[in-house]
Design a binder for this molecule. Structure first.
Ligand code: PLP
Length: 402
């Protein structure tokens, strides 16, 4: 069937589906950047950015993607010769560690594998072993998009405190913000990074760094800061251009304004998080039913350790590749490739794929995607248990079931 005959669904874990309203809000002439609407919209926009992270502290906006947000945080936190502790649960944790290391920082890594969350006891032990408190920052990925594991941020904070260690806690919420519950102040997070194109439903191009007052004070001596990345003017600008270190990302700001309005003021953050929980359980219900008669599995075995934004799957290779190709060609559904699970191009790599379910998404979209995957399993003669789509329908019909 011609896949372009209806609306396609880009079910990769970012960029996510962009609401038409967000795109329309961006479709307008360039505004004056010295006075008027775009200047005046900033205080409320900054307040909403604080609200989505559940913080009363600081936020800096950057023109850039998630990698830029990593570097923004890094250059403000570290000096050459510093130490950091990186907690790795997938490809993105490894990526952040590498970007910190490139600044001349010594990065200790604890790798928890590709199917398990961070074990806070190991974090506490590593910090206790650091007797002179040399580790400056603990780096944690809330949801690693490659494995779809969701880490317990509050438990990592508790482990740092139990060790009596002074390290700051920095968290990557690029995949999870707006989809999985995150509470910056309540959980004692010092730095958090995110980007516009996943749960925040805005095209790629904005990166954000939230920081605690403690992080601001403790990073005063960071030696690798350059004017563009410096978060100090961005969190407390006296002129409009200082929010962005230059020309404002005008159209992205219009898009973000619309998206945050939808998320915070129309639906409400709690309702959006609950929606992502229900939609994720529909995905899991389908996969668990299919897995009863075949090799398809959620990469993360325990439901409590799975993200509500993305699901990484395992299947006997090359059926992951075959299924993705069928869904895109026959039905207009684009699924995500596996990332960081096997060498790209190797036979094993065809045994992984991902479903992105972040952002602008309702039940009919996810039910359509899951029924399409089921059709692909049937069409390709891939062994699977029956009733996946029906199991997903039941998860939607009973949204309060665990
Ligand atoms: C997407 C993602 C990144 C990278 O973001 P880019 O915008 O692609 O640079 C980093 N970390 C996590 C957890 C992500 O999901």
């Amino acid at each position: 069937m011609h896949p372009g005959a209806g609306r396609p669904y880009l079910a990769i874990p970012g960029p996510s589906v962009m609401p038409d309203r967000v795109l329309r809000a961006m479709h307008r002439p360039a505004p004056n950047i010295y006075a008027g609407e775009v200047v005046e919209m900033m205080p409320a926009l900054v307040a909403d950015l604080r609200a989505v992270a559940r913080t009363r502290q600081h936020v800096a906006i950057y023109i850039g993607n998630g990698h830029a947000a990593w570097e923004a945080a890094n250059t403000n936190l570290f000096s050459p010769g510093d130490r950091a502790l990186s907690l790795i649960t997938g490809r993105f944790g490894e990526g952040w560690a590498a970007s910190v290391e490139a600044l001349g920082v010594a990065v200790d890594r604890i790798d928890f594998g590709r199917s398990a969350p961070v074990d806070p006891d190991r974090v506490e032990a590593a910090l206790r072993a650091d007797r002179d408190g040399a580790i400056r920052v603990v780096l944690l990925t809330h949801v690693d998009t490659a494995t779809s594991v969701r880490n317990d941020v509050a438990a990592v904070r508790a482990a740092i405190d139990a060790a009596g260690h002074p390290a700051l806690l920095a968290v990557d919420c690029i995949a999870s913000l707006g989809c999985d519950d995150f509470r910056m102040d309540e959980w004692g997070v010092d730095v958090m990074v995110a980007a516009s194109q996943k749960g925040l439903m805005t095209p790629p191009g904005l990166g954000f760094v939230w920081l605690s007052e403690r992080a601001r004070v403790r990073s005063a001596d960071a030696a690798r800061r350059t004017p563009y990345w410096d978060w100090r003017p961005r969190i407390a600008p006296t002129e409009f251009w200082q929010y962005f270190g230059g020309t404002a990302p005008t159209h992205h700001l219009y898009g973000l304004r619309e998206a945050l309005g939808m998320l915070l003021h129309e639906e409400g953050l709690d309702a959006a998080l609950a929606r992502h929980g229900v939609l994720a359980r529909a995905v899991w219900a389908a996969v668990e039913a299919w897995g009863a008669g075949g090799s398809l599995r959620c990469n993360i075995a325990a439901r409590a350790q799975r993200s509500h934004a993305v699901t990484a799957l395992r299947i006997a290779p090359p059926d992951g590749d075959r299924l993705r190709a069928w869904c895109e060609r026959e039905a207009g559904l684009t699924l995500g490739i596996g990332l960081g699970m096997a060498t790209p191009g190797s036979p094993e790599a065809g045994g992984f794929f991902r479903i992105g379910h972040m952002g602008h998404l309702n039940a009919q979209m996810i039910l359509g995607a899951l029924a399409t995957i089921e059709a692909g399993l049937i069409a390709l003669d891939i062994p699977h248990g029956a009733g996946g789509a029906a199991a997903a329908a039941r998860a939607i019909a009973h949204p309060d079931a665990p």
